[in-house]
Design a protein around this ligand. Structure first.
Ligand SMILES: Cc1cc2nc3c(=O)[nH]c(=O)nc-3n(C[C@H](O)[C@H](O)[C@H](O)COP(=O)(O)OP(=O)(O)OC[C@H]3O[C@@H](n4cnc5c(N)ncnc54)[C@H](O)[C@@H]3O)c2cc1C
Length: 373
């Protein structure tokens, strides 16, 4: 099969690697001049990343052992292993794997539109060399007719839009972060909850080392105002900011139409409670590649992952309604040793046994939650 993938992010490149390894002709088109830049991510991975069995050494920046959770008046520390990665190196790790398996990656190449069965890719280097020559400018466009198109072009996915696969009800968070200097416990991520800090989500301080940290937050609106207030409250000086859209999972999102599939952020496969999209996107890439290679039913195979995404979404909807007192109450519940142990046992990528365990062991917690449904 001839497969084109739009977007050389980690998810597109991982799908490209799996499909090329199985003997398909794979071409990946990336609109930026370099894979992995600009960085728009904190790079936190739960230890579920171990399941992929990738060597970490080429992109690992730091390993975390604790998450401190602060509500307006309470706090709890949860022991959890997380990895902090360099997104430039992480993305290039997957791009190199794809290339080694035989995929071709074209940087400076943007998907521009669809014309019936063709897709049109623009070579922007060619375009800028010939900007005064209208005939050559036209030549910068490649017309391709692949068997399969995979839209892995991020949260605003022009390819998903062109194929009618961008759900009209899609909501995007806007995340902002900065790398700051200070004194940090290098093994501890700090998270801050509360309506004045970051309604429905949290602000984070994620150490790269004892001297630098990635500090940020994401909100559905007014992210910049919340970010500025948080940085001021913490006394951090912002030198350089990174920002980007992060999709809210939408269970109505269609994943395939004609010969086009959406993947990763383009499909909105992001945990709605934490906005982590790397592990769900990589898992989705594995499922899609397996379905294309072994002719399995994608809609059926994606269901277990979709159930996890739905659970995160239900929790997000609940947390959006929380008052500061509710956040305090929740943190007090989590601080009970029995509940705390459960939070330490299951990662954020594995929410179903966590929720089931909590509801089973702590019916009072269940009653607290049902007040909100
Ligand atoms: C501030 C912030 C912090 C975050 N922190 C975390 C975190 O700690 N952990 C986590 O798991 N997730 C985090 N995320 C989310 C994470 O970044 C995404 O889920 C992840 O990047 C999705 O990977 P992807 O390959 O699907 O998409 P992307 O990484 O967005 O890659 C898509 C690629 O497609 C390219 N592209 C776009 N349009 C076109 C076009 N027309 N033609 C060709 N190429 C195109 C883009 O340039 C890009 O390279 C964060 C996001 C933000 C904004």
């Amino acid at each position: 099969m001839y497969i084109t993938i739009i977007g050389a992010g980690p998810v597109g490149c991982y799908a490209g690697y799996l499909l090329a390894k199985a003997g398909n002709k794979v071409e990946i088109f990336e609109n930026h001049p370099q894979v992995g830049l600009p960085i728009q991510c904190t790079g936190i991975l739960t230890s579920d990343f171990d399941e992929f069995k990738f060597p970490l050494d080429s992109f690992l920046v730091n390993t975390i052992n604790n998450i401190e959770v602060y509500s307006p008046n309470k706090s709890v520390t949860i022991k959890q292993k997380d990895y902090i990665v360099c997104r430039k190196k992480f993305d290039n790790f997957f791009a190199d794997k794809a290339k080694a398996a035989g995929a071709k990656i074209f940087v400076d190449h943007s998907f521009v539109r669809r014309e019936n069965k063709d897709i049109i890719i623009n070579d922007s280097k060619h375009n800028s060399k010939n900007k005064h020559n209208s005939e050559n400018k036209h030549n910068s466009e490649k017309r391709l007719q692949p068997d399969i198109i995979i839209a892995a072009d991020g949260p605003l996915s022009p390819a998903a839009k062109a194929f009618g696969l961008y759900h009209p009800g899609r909501k995007n968070y806007y995340g902002i972060q900065a790398v700051v200097e200070g004194n940090f416990d290098p093994q501890t991520i700090k998270t801050y909850f509360g309506n004045e800090i970051c309604p429905g989500l949290f602000a984070w301080i994620t150490p790269e080392s004892s001297k630098t940290a990635r500090v940020g937050l994401a909100a559905l609106k007014n992210s910049r105002a919340y970010f500025d207030a948080f940085m001021k409250q913490q006394g951090f000086i912002v030198k350089e900011m990174q920002a980007g859209a992060i999709p809210l999972f939408n269970p109505q999102q269609q994943l395939q139409k004609d010969n086009c599939y959406v993947l990763g952020d383009a499909a909105g496969y992001v945990k709605a409670t934490t906005l982590g999209g790397l592990i769900p996107g990589l898992k989705q890439a594995e499922i899609l590649a397996d379905c294309l290679i072994n002719q399995k039913n994608y809609e059926q195979e994606i269901q277990p992952l979709k159930r996890k995404m739905r659970l995160h979404l239900r929790a997000q909807k609940l947390l959006m309604k929380f008052s500061d007192q509710d956040w305090d109450k929740l943190v007090s519940y989590v601080a009970q040793p029995r509940i705390q142990k459960l939070f330490e046992k299951y990662t954020r990528d594995n929410p179903i046994p966590l929720v089931a365990g909590i509801l089973w062991r702590e019916p009072r917690f269940f009653r607290f939650l049902t007040n909100w449904f």
